[in-house]
Design a protein around this ligand. Structure first.
Ligand code: S3P
Length: 440
């Protein structure tokens, strides 16, 4: 089965300038939490009712995969999903290949889950996903006793998985990756004994929080997580907070335009995700995190952003990890900051939905922003002046497309974005919402 979903490379958008972003907005639900809510709900006993689910294409790929395994999932409204879970041993052998589309999270989390199921399954995805590294996930699962075979010596999709009885392992991950950690934990709840994952730096911990909420025996100490063999998980009510990775584009848009005052309501502010707030504040951004509270085990807050004069800064790999998906948005902030911004220690960016270092370097070049591409990051020579505009590509990457729409806010003649349809992966309705907030 060859799947060439060309549509993320289709569509074009004419993004235009604005004096500011003003008003209040709720961004769509968190992509990472939405994936986990349906996956964990599917293997829990009873009903998991999810509010604020992100109906982006990545999350719909996860729903489709679970439906192929016999899970009953209803979408009652745009962002309300009800999963009727049948328990840890209820999944059925899918009759067809599971197509994860553009979604790395769907693929890697399901690889962990499928390794422990008593059946055969095959996972594949679109052209971008078929280039992304899978060996990092296959290796620990093989150590647990899984049977997996993938293209190019187990490093690329498609992969075929024959589920087995697994044994717990203790594993130090070579890269700080929440998808990798989550795959091992989802296999670990089925494995005999204990499964421990040690990370050098702590990646996002949504899986740990949600497994705990559903009743798993899980313990977190610093950068180490241990799960024990679990008999059953129990369905929960989940409220998904707004995705800070989507909010980041609007935050940058508000900062770099002169007449902005924007409140982004009910955003997830898990400390493993708020790197963008810290970095933008370090650049001189006026950002206030208000009304912080906890909802379904995740911290949530409202974020107030005002126009600010930004300055260039040095951003290290450690600082970027909790803002790893915000690299495109941060590059735009750096473009309109006074002085040089250096981002380093981030070679993982080369294996995201696109090679995000190369994609941003070439997009900024097309807009006349001086930059130097490095193997593990980028150097941007920022200037607090408007750009002319131009034509850019999304590289089929939702976050590159949205960052270009934000850069367009400071363009004289606008930016034509080719492949704008990719934004549907994580933020359906993004362009309309941006128009609504614009001060002209
Ligand atoms: C994600 C983890 C991160 C992130 C991705 C979502 C997740 O990827 O970039 O957008 O939901 O677990 P890695 O695990 O590859 O770092």
């Amino acid at each position: 089965m060859i799947n060439e979903k060309k549509d993320i490379f289709s569509g074009s958008a004419s993004a235009t300038r604005a004096k500011g972003l003003k008003g209040e907005i709720r961004v769509p639900g968190d992509k990472s939490i939405s994936h986990r809510s349906v996956i964990i709900g599917a293997i829990a006993v009873g009903t998991t009712a999810i509010d604020g689910f992100l109906a982006g294409e990545d999350n719909l790929s996860t729903i489709n995969a679970l439906r192929l395994m016999g899970v009953r999932i209803k979408r009652t409204e745009e962002s309300t999903v009800v999963v009727e879970g049948g328990g840890m041993r209820s999944l059925k052998e899918p009759e067809d290949v599971i197509d994860a589309g553009n979604s790395g999270t769907t693929t890697r989390l399901l690889m962990g889950l499928l390794s422990a199921q008593p059946f055969f399954s095959v996972l594949t995805g679109d052209a971008s996903l078929r280039k992304r590294p899978m060996k990092r996930v296959v290796e620990p699962l093989l150590k647990m006793g899984a049977s997996i075979a993938g293209r190019k010596d187990n490093s690329l999709l498609p992969v075929a998985i024959s589920g087995r009885r697994l044994r717990g392992i203790s594993y130090s991950t070579p890269v700080a990756s929440a998808q990798l950690k989550s795959a091992i934990l989802l296999a670990g709840i089925y494995a005999d004994g204990e499964t421990t994952v040690l990370e050098k730096e702590r990646s996002r911990d949504h899986t740990e929080r949600m497994l705990k909420l559903f009743g798993a025996d899980i313990e977190v100490k610093g950068n180490t997580v241990t799960v024990r063999s679990t008999k059953e998980l129990y369905g929960c009510k989940i409220e998904v907070p707004g995705d800070i990775s989507s909010a980041a584009f609007l935050m940058v848009g508000a900062l770099i335009t002169p007449e902005s005052e924007l409140v982004i309501k009910e955003v997830g502010v898990n400390p493993a995700r708020t790197g963008v707030v810290h970095i933008l504040k370090k650049m001189g951004g006026s950002i206030e995190v208000l009304n912080e509270r906890e909802v379904c085990g995740e911290p949530v807050a409202d974020i107030l952003v005002r126009s600010s004069r930004l300055k260039g800064v040095d951003i290290t790999g450690g600082e970027l990890l909790p803002a790893i998906d915000e690299f495109p948005a941060l590059c735009v902030a750096a473009s309109f900051a006074d002085g040089v911004t250096t981002i380093g220690g981030a070679s993982e960016l080369r294996v995201k939905e696109s090679d995000r270092i190369a994609a941003m370097a070439s997009s900024l070049n097309a807009l006349g922003v001086k930059n130097t591409e490095k193997e593990d990051g980028i150097i941007i020579e920022g200037r607090d002046v408007d750009i002319e505009g131009g034509v850019v590509e999304s590289f089929g990457d939702h976050r590159i497309a949205m960052s270009m729409a934000i850069a367009a806010l400071r363009s004289r003649s606008g930016v034509e974005i080719r492949g704008a349809r990719s934004v549907d992966v994580s933020y359906p309705g993004f362009f309309d919402e941006l128009e609504r907030l614009k001060v002209r």
